[in-house]
Design a protein around this ligand. Sequence first.
Ligand code: SF4
Length: 726
Amino acid sequence: MLTKRLSRRTFLKASAATTALLSVGTFEFKSWQKIHADEKTNLTTIPTFCNACSSKCGLLVHVKNGRVWKVSGQPDHPFGKGKVCARGHALASIPYSSDRLTQPMKKIAEGKFEPITWEQAYKEIGTKLKQIIEKNGPGSFVFINDPRPTGKFYGPRFLNAVGSSNYFGHETVCSNARDTGFNHTIGGIPGGDVANSKYIVFIGRSYGDGVRPASVQALIKAKENGAHVVIVDPRLNNTAPLADEWLPIRPGTDLALVLAMSNVLVTEELYDKEFISNYSVGFEEYKKTIMEYTPEWAEKITGISKETIIRIARDMAKVKPKAMIEQSWRGAFGSTYANSVDTGRAVALFNALLGNIQQKGGYIFGKSPKLGKLDESIHPTPPEATIPRVDAEYPLVSHHTGVAAIIPQKAKEGIVKAALIIQTNPVRNYANPKYMIEGLKSLELMVVIDIQMSETASIADYVLPEPTYLERDDVIEVTPGVKPAISIRQKVIEKVHANTVPADRIFTEIAKEMGLGDYFNFSVDQLNQAMIAPLGITLSELKKKGTIIIDDPVELGVVPKLKTASGKVEFYNESFKKAGFSPVVQWMEPLVKPDSSSFRLITGKQSYHSHTFTANIPYLIQITKDYNSERLWINRTRANQMGLKDGDLVEVVSELTKSKIRIYVTDRIHPECVFVPSGYGNFSKNLTYANGVGFSYLDHLPFHMDPIGGTPMIHECIVKIRKVGV
Ligand code: SF4
């Protein structure tokens, strides 16, 4: 059976990427400082927040002679806690990238663009969008956002103004399955109070790879307090230095493990009976089902011994409620397998059995401050659009995220005709790129707002260049938590390229062209001031501090009314039943299975890349090159059987395509899968540094969608490997 207690030596052997984890906050622009060492001008320091991943950590940007000199962390920011990771440091070079888009452009032929004026861009886009909506209805228009603050406010407002409900985020390829499972089971995604926990199980989630400084610090604190940490992952990821044991689970079977651990809690009556009695519905139906999922049953499916399953469940029960299966993100149940939604449900229910909701060391639903609104009498709000969404066949998925991967299909069917896409790269990141391109090319109007010519921008009808996050003001950001916070992103340097325009102005000008300008008759400063007014904070105070913690902490030990249909934990779920799915969580096989001659292709983050976006930062791609870290991980025993040696060049062959890549032979991966890091495989010729580095797993992924969570199931992909060179 596969269970590995980790020795100190194993920790130290963990890959070079571990260095990046342990060095959070130490990378600096030394070469830049050296070149400019003779400049005596005083530094000015301006707070803002990072844009290199969803954490949006607070930054202090040090500016010298009008240029970004370096960044450091805002001590008060809940996610950064004074630290900045490698990505955060390196992204601060982006204003000066030679790959920046510098003027609005219009497509004149396949792959060819001509510069146009902003006035022409606004006029043509506004006119065309109006015509499309008049002819096909507002539901033919979609907006796709990365979860950046300005898009989160202006996107829905613009959609409401034109009458469309079609807001989409990138979660279709990130956390949609987990979110869907959690939302309908416990009413949202809590934070894990890792620092105070005594037993933490990570399923597919790695703080050492998907880095957030505060999370790493919390895990270190937990370890110092004697917490037991278990990694469940087909790959020994880079959280290894902070873990006690690794369960190299068969990929796609995490659901079986969690069901069996739950079985132990229920059959041995180790669960929190008082919590279940007071705060849940449907426990008896769940209990009947869970009886089938014994540790013996799960051992055969997962490859994890029944003794290990029983031991971990019992040990967690001993320290409950200060124990948790961490809530994860994309990990093993974000958007990965056919059974990911149910894995999310099972994980949420296991935590409920531990009674850890709103308890120290458990799951905590954070607070968000109540923000103010613009004065309606001066700045009218458009009525909320109520027409059906184009992804209505996924009724369980939150409308705050949506199922963006469905858009190409809807475009091909002629249902979606126009798309506005802001600083996100669906072509490269959401599903199979060829499929995405084919679908998106059916649109009559595709507008992309970005700072570089991404693969998505490359096929747009109009490409509109924004200033980078260091050159513009944005809408304020709320960080929910035990102690919620608000932060502001503000302009720290003048625009490097004069002809770039921030997204809020772009929305406003297009709206004006469509006769909807009254809904956008305010500036970002006016909006921010209105939003923070009820908190008794002034804009100048926020701009000075960057982040302000709201003095309204969560009261631990008090279980709130949950945001589920019943207001309680739902062991039996009517919403799932109504949508045609099992109301009680149950085992479901993954979609595909490798045989003895093939592998499942799995993927995950590295600490120095977020998405394909960071691959075009020269400092970060240099780390990749220095450590050959774009390579494909393969199990040593399988490699030996195939006559493969570390560093060999192989061809990865799937039913869709072939990719060449060098291999990394290791004991740190399950024999049934190969692993390739995400974030590589850019093919836009205008991304100088990222182009041609590594390959993207999505190239190999057949287009298929999980029917509950609307994810492309990115680990449901079988490949073969053959050697093509040394
Ligand atoms: S974790 Fe790193 S990349 Fe993400 S916001 Fe914080 S500093 Fe930026």
